[in-house]
Design a protein around this ligand. Sequence first.
Ligand code: HEC
Ligand code: HEC
Length: 153
Amino acid sequence: MRKLLTILGLGFALPVLADNLPLPSGTPASYKSECGSCHLPYPPALLAADHWRRIMSQLGDHFGSDATLDARQLQEIRTFLENAAGRPERLGSAGDPPRISQTQRFIRKHREVPARFWSDPRVKSAANCEACHRGAATGNFGEHDIAIRELRR
Ligand code: HEC
Ligand code: HEC
């Protein structure tokens, strides 16, 4: 972990802070209410437009859940996600169905997180960002706001 933090300490050269991902100011309220009811309303930049398109076309069977929307909200959220999506060349492949937690970028960023944290009953799933990132709800995924210390107990 110290090595990881050292590497991240050199991140000052990055044009944007990779760890600060608040929802964009134009986020429709429906995104937070509909796509934030079962889990975090994920930062749209963590999947590419094509990934979001695939997710939004399969909401009837959404990871085993029914997440269908009415036509107006479907259109509104899909447009928002595609416009705010991340660059595909930065994210890499995302699996099928696409998952943030399966993108090559996510895997690279989490490479040094020990396996026992992923399997901890308080974490359960890599999709459960806020189990580790205490500031996830406000878009803070920075190294100083990780609950690993708590998880170690
Ligand atoms: C009825 C509950 C429910 C609703 C509503 C819902 N989801 Fe999900 N979503 C899930 C479940 C369950 C998973 C799988 C979680 C896991 O693997 O632990 C999931 C996973 C995801 C993932 C993949 C997370 C990862 O592993 O990276 C994305 C992206 C996602 N949802 C986007 C959305 C979007 C966009 C909407 C709104 C259109 C939405 N979800 C609405 C239940 C829901
Ligand atoms: C098991 C704990 C755990 C879970 C669950 C988890 N993360 Fe992380 N994440 C970490 C750790 C530890 C780091 C490394 C510390 C760092 O990079 O700041 C990290 C790093 C990151 C970074 C890089 C931050 C940077 O400075 O570049 C992002 C972005 C991120 N996580 C997003 C997410 C998202 C989104 C989810 C849910 C889909 C998630 N994480 C789930 C533990 C976790």
